[in-house]
Design a protein around this ligand. Structure first.
Ligand code: ADE
Length: 243
């Protein structure tokens, strides 16, 4: 079952509209919507903003039976060539606000954990393929960095680019990645650039939210269509060989 998380209502409401056979699963502070998209069993949820909410919601999703996880939403562009509307598919995720350097660890490194969590290659490929179907946007794979900070200054953007080689900055992806990695569950983060994370971030962000939410929906539905198709083919093969 595919778990789909967005931080905010705007990021998943277009997906919820298309959900068939909806059933609600209530957890403290979070509702998971179970149903089908393109014939594929999914769990869709609004997880809330920030890493703690993301980690908590991911744990609920995995407890409810998600076997792979997609995070969809908006991000501030960090890579100098990214523009509003462009789509980033995560190669890996890292927490840019973790600092245990005083004890000799690398910036972003949580003692006892990897510095970053790589996304599943199959889900990455699927997300990239689906994103390329969205007209008029550039699609790139790259590092998604997360922190409990809305990045809104050119200095911070330059720092994130130079220190981590980040493609974009957001507030949840690496928490989802960390929980998924702990459970051995594949994940990918898909982010539409809503702002360039500099001084004008708030203005861009509000203006472009409806557009990027539509793009995010298109990418996720492109993935659910492909996953449903692959599942149907496997089933047909199993039936043909009498398994
Ligand atoms: N999500 C969208 N834009 C963002 C930004 N500039 N910083 C952090 N998260 C974001």
């Amino acid at each position: 079952m595919l778990g789909i998380i967005g931080a905010m209502k705007e990021e998943v409401e277009l997906l919820l509209e298309g959900l068939e056979g909806e059933e609600r699963l209530d957890y403290p502070g979070v509702t998971l919507h179970r149903g089908r998209l393109d014939g594929l069993d999914v769990l869709v949820t609004v997880g809330g903003i920030g890493k703690v909410n993301a980690a908590m919601t991911t744990t609920y999703l995995l407890t409810a039976g998600a076997t792979q996880v997609v995070f969809t939403g908006v991000a501030g562009g960090v890579h100098p060539e990214l523009k509003v509307g462009d789509i980033v598919v995560s190669s890996d995720c890292l927490q840019h606000d973790v600092d245990v350097t005083a004890l000799g660890y690398k910036l972003g490194e949580i003692p006892g954990e990897n510095l970053s969590w790589p996304a599943d290659e199959g889900l990455q490929a699927l997300a990239l393929e689906a994103a390329h179907e969205v007209e008029g946007v550039n699609v790139t794979g790259g590092r998604v960095v997360s922190g409990d900070v809305f990045v809104a200054s050119p200095e911070k953007v330059a720092w994130l680019w130079q220190t981590f080689g980040a493609a974009c900055a957001e507030m949840e992806g690496a928490a989802v990645a960390q929980v998924c990695a702990r459970h051995g569950v594949p994940f990918v983060v898909i982010r539409s650039v809503s702002d360039t994370a500099d001084g004008g971030a708030e203005v861009d962000y509000r203006d472009f939210m409806p557009l990027v939410a539509r793009h995010a929906k298109q990418v996720v539905r492109g993935m659910t269509r492909r996953l449903a198709h692959a599942q149907a083919e496997l089933q047909a093969q199993a039936e043909a060989t009498g398994e």
